[in-house]
Design a binder for this molecule. Structure first.
Ligand code: NAP
Length: 299
C-alpha cells in the first residue's frame, strides 16, 4: 500500500488518469494539477494549482510521458489553463523526492542534478518498452490497413530493427499471414529471426531487399530509408516510421517521389490510452513501493 505517501500529479492525458486511480486504490494521498476539465471529474483527489508549497510537500511527483519541455511547459490536455513549472520552483522539491516521467528533457535533468531530486524515466525501462510494443504494433498494423488497398495477409513486409518494438511487430505481422523480412545488424538477431520463421537481411543490404515490398516499418532511430532506398522502392510501397522523431526516413524525397511515408509517434497513447495507462500505472506504483521498501530497509 502507498498509505501516507503524498503524490502530486502535474498534467497528463488519459494515461495519467489510470495512474491516479491506481495510486488512490493503494491509499496514497493524491493532489492533481491540470485535471480541472476532466469529465467525469476525478474523485478522492485534491485539485490544486502548481506552487512551490505544493512541490515542497510532495514525496513523489508524477509528470506526463513527455515530461516538461525546456521552458517548463507541461502538457495538460484536461485543463483550460497552460501548465508551466517556473525554473525557480524546482528548488522547492525536497532532496530525494521521486520524480517520475516517461522521458526527461534537458531542463528536468539539469534541475534534478542541481536540487537533488531523483528522476525516474519510465520509458527507459525494458519491461515498459516491451509492454508498450503491443499497442505500438497494433497501431502500426491499423495504419498499414488504413493506408493500403491490400490485406496484410499475403503482403511482403519489411521490419527494420529487431529490438523491443520490431520483434513484437514482426510477430504480429507474421500472425496476420504476411511474409516478414527483418533488417538487422547482429548475428544473434539473424539467428532469432530464422528461428521465428522470418527472413533476415543485413540493414546495410537494405537496397537489395526492397524489390517486392508492400510495407516497410522502421524502428531504427537513424536515417535508414534514405533517398537512395526510396528511389528503388516499388511505387505501391507504404513506409510507416515508428522511430522517435525525426524518424529514419527521408520524408521530403518520399513525397517528391509519390511514396506514402508516415511518421507515427506516440502510438500507444493514441490507439490504446487505457492499456498504455495501465502499463504505466502498474510499473509506477510497483517502483514507488520498491523505493519506499528500500528506504524502510535502510532506516
Ligand atoms: P530498441 O529495443 O533499442 O530497438 C532498436 C533496434 O534498432 C535494435 O534492433 C537496434 O539494433 C536497431 N538499431 C539501432 N541503431 C541502428 C543502426 N544504426 N543500424 C542498424 N540497426 C540499428 O528500441 P525500441 O524500444 O524497439 O524502440 C525503437 C524506436 O521506436 C525508438 O526510437 C523508440 O523511441 C520508438 N518507439 C516509438 C513508438 C511509437 O509509438 N511510434 C513506440 C515505441 C517505441 P541493435 O540491437 O543491433 O542495436
Amino acid at each position: 500500500m502507498l498509505t501516507g505517501i503524498s503524490i502530486v500529479f502535474l498534467g497528463g492525458d488519459a494515461r495519467q488518469v489510470e495512474i491516479i486511480n491506481k495510486c488512490l486504490e493503494l491509499d496514497a494521498g493524491v493532489s492533481v494539477v491540470g485535471f480541472d476539465h476532466l469529465d467525469p471529474p476525478l474523485t478522492g483527489v485534491s485539485q490544486e494549482k502548481i506552487s512551490p508549497a505544493l512541490l515542497a510537500n510532495a514525496d513523489v511527483i508524477i509528470l506526463p510521458v513527455t515530461g516538461c519541455d525546456d521552458q517548463g511547459t507541461i502538457p495538460a490536455p484536461f485543463s483550460a489553463e497552460q501548465l508551466v513549472i517556473e525554473q525557480k520552483w524546482f528548488s522547492s522539491i525536497r532532496r530525494g523526492t521521486l520524480v517520475y516521467t516517461g522521458i526527461a528533457k534537458k531542463l528536468l535533468k539539469q534541475m534534478g542534478t542541481e536540487h537533488g531530486f531523483r528522476i525516474i524515466e519510465l520509458l527507459e525501462r525494458d519491461d515498459i518498452a516491451i509492454y508498450n510494443s503491443i499497442p505500438t504494433a497494433e497501431g502500426a498494423v491499423m495504419m498499414a490497413i488504413q493506408n493500403t488497398d491490400i490485406t496484410i495477409h499475403g503482403s511482403t513486409c519489411i521490419v527494420l530493427g529487431m529490438g523491443r518494438t520490431g520483434f513484437t511487430l514482426a510477430s504480429t505481422l507474421q500472425g496476420l499471414g504476411a511474409t516478414v523480412k527483418v533488417g538487422v545488424r547482429r548475428e544473434d538477431d539473424v539467428a532469432r529471426a530464422v528461428q521465428m520463421g522470418w527472413k533476415p537481411f543485413a540493414t546495410r543490404d537494405l537496397a537489395a531487399n526492397i524489390g517486392e515490398v508492400d510495407l516497410i516499418f522502421n524502428t531504427i532511430p537513424t536515417m535508414i530509408v534514405t533517398a537512395q532506398i526510396i528511389s528503388k522502392l516499388p511505387r505501391r510501397t507504404v513506409v510507416i516510421d515508428l522511430a522517435s522523431a525525426p524518424g529514419g526516413t527521408d520524408f521530403r524525397f518520399a513525397e517528391k517521389r509519390g511514396i506514402k511515408a508516415i511518421l507515427a509517434p506516440g502510438i500507444p497513447g493514441i490507439v490504446a490510452p487505457k492499456t498504455a495507462g495501465i502499463i504505466m500505472a502498474n510499473t509506477t506504483c510497483q517502483s514507488i513501493l520498491e523505493e519506499y521498501h528500500l528506504r524502510g530497509d535502510e532506516e
